[in-house]
Every structure is written in C-alpha cells, then in structure tokens.
Design a protein around this ligand. Structure first.
Ligand SMILES: Cc1ncc(COP(=O)(O)O)c(C=O)c1O
Length: 362
C-alpha cells in the first residue's frame, strides 16, 4: 500500500528540453532560460578538479567529504562539524524533512516559494502552512511568526526567493529570529547567494553562530555552474547537523562532485565574473520593463519574474517559437508572470527584442 499523501502529488515535471524543442519546431538553436542554470558554463578549475579523479571512479566517494568539508569550513569560517553535504540542496531539504517532520507536526513556508519544501513535507505527512507573499514579492515574516504553534518544526525562508527574486533584509531576519521559539528550525535557503548585491542582505552564516536554530543551505548548482553534478551543503549548529547526519545516505555526494566543488571554490574570479554579467543582464531586463511599464520584481538572483498582464503561457509559447525556453508563471503559481533566467548578453538582447516584437504586434 502506497502512502496516502503520495496520491496528492504529481511527479516533478521539468521544463521542455532543448533537443525536443529543436525537433518539434525545426529550430537549429534553442536556449533554455528556464531552470536558473549558469549560462557561462563552469569554472575551468572545476573541470580540472574532476579530471584528477577520473582514475578513481571504481571507488566509493569519501562519505565524510573531508577535503570539501575542510575547504568549505575555511571558506565560511565555521567549524567542520557544522557542515552537511548533499546531492544538491534538494537532498539537504529532503534530509531536514525526513529528520524533523512527521504526522502531527507542521511546517511553515511562503506561498509562492521553492516547491521542494512542500513536496517533502507532504511526503513526511506533516501539515503544510503556506503564508502568502506580500504584494512586493517578499516573505510576510509577521504572518509566518503568527502561524507558529507547538507542533511547528521547520520554517523555510527562501532567500532570495524563487520565483520572485526578492529578499529578506538583515534587520527583518534578526527581528524574526528573535521571536522564533528555540524548538523551531529556521532554514534560509541561499541557493542564489553568490548573485546577491544588496548591501542589507543578511549574513545568515554568521547569524547562525548566534541563533542556534538557524540553518543555512547553499549550492554549487547556480553561480558555480555545477548543476549537473548535484552538490550542495547545509550549515547549522553542530547539535542539529550531527542530529540529522544519520538521515543522510552514506555516499550521497559523488567523487566527481566533491572534486569539482573543491576546485571551484578557489576560482573566485569565475563566480565574480558570472555575478557581474548577471547583474548587467538584469539591468537590461529592468530597462525593458521600465520602458514598457511592465511590473517585475527587482531580483537578487539570476532570474527575473515579469508580469505581462496575460497568461504566462502566451509569452512562454511565443518565446518557444523563437527558440527560447522560459518558465511560464502558470507553472509557478503566478499565472500572469514569466520567469526568465538571465542568459548571456546576446541571448538577453535577443529575448528582449522578441518581447518588444510581441508587444508591438499584439
Ligand atoms: C531556491 C532553490 N533552492 C534549491 C534549489 C535546488 O538546488 P540544487 O541544485 O542544489 O539541488 C533551487 C534550484 O533551482 C532553488 O531555486
């Protein structure tokens, strides 16, 4: 007998893939700007790091991820026992959910936010309390506080938030944490951390020294350009991290992923350059939206959610025919929106030109 709650879920539906779109529409060039991947590739350091372990593929990876642990520990200035590594942040979310949620407990998250928090909570049989985002695309932290009860175990803060790109300010996070009871774990999912430029973005890792219930997740999938390898990590109080460790599969982070991540961490210039070009791309989209008076959320990420005043499917289909796969807001819970990953300069320009053509012709 299957768990009842699984019947309420649909399998994850990835966006269309490039080869299918090429074949379907007879296009030679198709660009995917739908999954917030890095359009500038991966650090050459990471590729070399992987090459160094090609001869060791018959051996299981280091389950403790000692080299990567030491590197990340130095990178963040936290002790090694405060780190846990996963097969992407997705797995860290899974491990946390498996460890802390069960029937009779509940978990609080924004509506709209990254869908994996809810999916995992439903599978664990926990109640999901979704708190609508504010009009400006930001978390409603007061309403989230009000939703806490004795059975609350995890509050998910996606910062910056996917799919709006908006962020929680430093002072907001501190005020919030001051009021969260100690038995509730607050997860700050910082998948887009390396793209952030706002000076009042919280330093959650440092705050986690002070607030024992704060747990921060980061990934190598975005600015480091290693999405295919599936490697991410969590930072929290040692008691919490050691407590959830038994829920982690023994060899969950592959040897290739660990080697690439170790090498990628040294390549600051790659990440800085990707972040700089991303900011330029965002500015180009802001200018376009301002000229055409389109509503959008200012973004601290590598994507932008734009409201075109029509179903996101219309824009999605229009851009698809031009060879650009974006994400319709219909699939994200923001029906009139389209979420576009910031691409290379040439692709950003092309998308913006297609959008201008669409607006002129409609
Ligand atoms: C907010 C957020 N968290 C986590 C993830 C998943 O990251 P990973 O590739 O490390 O599993 C994503 C991916 O899009 C994301 O947007």
């Amino acid at each position: 007998m299957m768990k009842e709650q699984l019947k309420t879920l649909q399998p994850y539906k990835p966006g269309k893939n490039i080869e299918d779109v090429k074949a379907e529409l007879g296009l030679e060039k198709v660009v995917k700007l739908a999954s917030n991947e890095n359009p500038f590739g991966s650090s050459p350091n990471a590729i070399q790091g992987m090459e160094r372990v090609f001869g060791e593929l018959m051996v299981y990876p280091d389950g403790y991820a000692a080299d990567l642990r030491e590197k990340v520990s130095r990178h963040l200035g936290v002790s090694e026992d405060r780190l846990i590594f996963g097969n992407g942040t997705d797995e860290i979310i899974h491990i946390l959910s498996r460890s802390l949620l069960e029937p009779g407990t509940n978990t609080i998250m924004a509506d709209l936010t990254f869908p994996q928090y809810k999916r995992n909570a439903v599978i664990e049989g926990a109640e999901v309390k979704e708190v609508p985002l504010k009009e400006d695309g930001r978390h409603d932290l007061e309403a989230m506080l009000a939703a806490i009860d004795d059975e609350t175990r995890i509050i998910w803060l996606c910062n910056p938030n996917n799919p709006t790109g908006e962020y929680i300010r430093d002072y907001e996070l501190r005020t919030f944490l001051d009021q969260v009871p100690a038995y509730v774990t607050v997860v700050c999912d910082e998948a887009y951390f390396e793209y952030v430029t706002a000076s009042d973005f919280p330093d959650a890792v440092t705050l986690s020294n002070e607030y024992r219930q704060l747990f921060v997740t980061r990934t190598f999938s975005k600015a480091y350009g290693l999405a295919a390898l599936r490697i991410g990590y969590g930072v929290g109080h040692a008691d919490l991290v050691q407590g959830i460790e038994p829920a982690r599969e023994p060899f969950n982070a592959s040897r290739l992923a660990q080697a690439a991540a170790v090498a990628a961490l040294d390549d600051h210039s790659f990440v800085d350059e990707c972040s700089r070009k991303n900011r330029q791309g965002l500015e180009a989209f802001y200018d376009f939206c301002d000229i055409f008076q389109l509503k959008y959320f200012p973004s601290q990420t590598n994507f932008i959610l734009i409201d075109f005043g029509v179903s996101g499917d219309v824009i999605y289909n229009y851009l698809l025919k031009q060879g650009y796969i974006v994400r319709s807001g219909e699939a994200l819970g923001y029906p009139n929106g389209v979420r576009i990953t910031i691409g290379t300069e040439a692709d950003n320009e092309a998308v913006i030109q297609h959008l201008k053509d669409y607006i002129h012709d409609r």
